[in-house]
Design a protein around this ligand. Structure first.
Ligand SMILES: [Zn+2]
Length: 477
């Protein structure tokens, strides 16, 4: 009993300490555990099932656009990594090296992939000869390693799971089109499945990917007002192609360099699901991504007919990911556990319900209760899950909009960043010096230049020189 009680013990409240709340949730919802390797996490069944659903949904969407999956080795020879100068400089501080094979020192160090551009380029240089070989639309699901100094579950870990897409195209236009297309795939997935609204835009040169011509991003706002970069799509132009010699003969039999893209989404997005939707009772999972969508909980299950009715409900709901909690724990514990795990709805069934041919459905997000007839329980569950899914997106959007501010002068800007957690929209001159000053003065970074540009003033919020673009600024994870 003592152990049971501990499991449903209240977690730290969000308003009291958001960081601790987050740590409590990932542990108590049994998403992860810490491993004996510093900064590496163990994905437990609840966490891994979430990732599997993300993977399934994204993989299907990728393949609908013609993408094929491959698998690359996890080691990259040092000489290969060094072929593209910006790329190696960008990643050098966080690369893990293999220096020995067994007892023998290696003649060339191997890095454990922090990302696989160089391997894909090496392959493309071999297999692309003619315009007929293009485009190449490859993706791989794998883990990568980045030697991070400070780590947090899902948000930043030394090894994490992700997918990395790498494409090669005949023209710059095709590459740009693919870069934007994949950004839209991510954004649609996040909104439709994860109920997280995204700001789509372009990164400034300071924030773009090492070696990229341009980087596009989707940015989400967490419950505490901090931003989370949730997925990125890069257009490499022909920079990597020139460094790696990836050329094809065009229709006029002339040699040309390919144009490339890469795009990735990682287990980081699970951090966004937690921090956008969670509450003081634990996780709240959007129905479309939840590994378990419905938990059937019998009440007074020792009474005649209750367990049978509960099992019957579970068997009826095969269209949903349904579980029955028929353990001998008390209903209060089961409710708290279902809430901690973020299971979208629970169905309560007790002796009186059995008699009346009805049941109570409780939504996880609003705790709204609805009495529905057992006869058409499938329709009721479907309707409630759909409503919950769309309500969650609308709530997240309303929260983001309510925490998006704008500033036209620097005092206003600094005040907003310091006192109003959220996005701050402000004009920017395009000079990296202003980004650096803003970061130094406020710790905020430029999140993106949104595709939907607005004109809120003529001058840069920092230096007062003519403005080039509206930028979303914020403190970020
Ligand atoms: Zn400026």
């Amino acid at each position: 009993m003592a152990k049971e009680k501990k499991l449903v013990e209240a977690i730290t409240s969000m308003s009291e300490d958001f960081t601790q709340w987050y740590t409590d949730v990932v542990k108590k919802a049994e998403l992860i555990d810490y491993s004996s390797v510093r900064g590496c996490m163990i994905l437990r069944p609840n966490g891994y099932a979430l990732w599997e659903n993300i993977q399934k949904e994204l993989d299907r969407r990728f393949k609908e656009t013609g993408v094929e999956n491959v698998y690359m080795p996890m080691f990259i020879p040092e000489s290969l990594l060094q072929k593209e100068k910006d790329h190696v400089e960008g990643f050098a501080p966080e690369v893990a090296w293999v220096t020995h094979g067994g007892l023998e020192p290696l003649t060339e160090r191997l890095c454990v992939r922090p990302t696989s551009e160089t391997l894909f380029c090496d392959l493309y240089a071999k297999i692309i000869q003619s315009h007929r070989d293009l485009p190449k639309l490859y993706n791989q699901w794998c883990s990568v390693v980045r030697w991070e100094k400070t780590t947090r579950p899902f948000l930043r870990s030394m090894e994490f799971l992700w997918q990395e897409g790498h494409t090669a195209h005949a023209t710059a236009e095709e590459a740009e089109e693919r870069t934007i297309q994949m950004l839209n795939v991510y954004s649609d997935f996040c909104e439709q499945v994860l109920a997280i609204p995204m700001i789509k835009g372009r990164k400034t040169d300071k924030e773009k990917f090492a070696g990229a011509h341009s980087t596009y991003t989707i940015e989400a706002l967490m419950h505490d007002g901090k931003a989370l970069q949730s997925g990125t799509s890069h257009n490499f132009g022909d920079g990597f192609a020139k460094a790696f010699g990836i050329q094809y003969t065009n229709k006029d039999n002339k040699l040309e360099y390919v144009h490339q893209t890469s795009w990735g989404m990682s287990t980081r997005i699970i951090g966004a699901i937690i921090m956008v939707h969670g509450d003081d009772s634990g996780l709240v999972l959007p129905p479309r991504i939840a590994p378990t969508q419905v938990m059937v909980i019998p009440i007074a299950q020792h009474k005649e007919g209750v367990l049978e009715a509960a099992a019957e409900i579970k068997n009826k709901l095969t269209a949903f990911r349904t579980k029955l909690d028929d353990s001998d724990k008390n209903p209060g514990f089961k409710f708290a556990n279902q809430e901690m795990l973020g299971i979208p709805v629970r169905i309560e069934i007790g002796p009186k319900d059995v008699e009346a041919g009805q049941t109570v459905i409780v939504r996880r997000d609003t705790r709204e209760k609805e009495i529905v007839s057992l006869e058409n329980i499938e329709e009721s569950v479907e309707r409630i899950l759909n409503k919950m899914q769309s309500d969650m997106l609308e709530r997240a959007r309303a929260h983001r909009d309510a925490h998006t501010y704008q500033a036209v002068d620097y005092e206003e800007f600094k005040d907003a960043i310091a006192n109003k957690p959220g996005f701050v929209k402000a004009m920017w001159c395009g000079d990296e010096a202003c980004e650096n000053k803003i970061k130094e003065d406020t710790t905020a970074t430029s999140r993106c230049m949104p595709f939907e540009q607005e004109h809120i003033s003529d001058v840069c919020v920092c230096c007062g020189k003519p403005a080039k673009a509206l930028v979303y600024w914020g403190k970020a994870y």
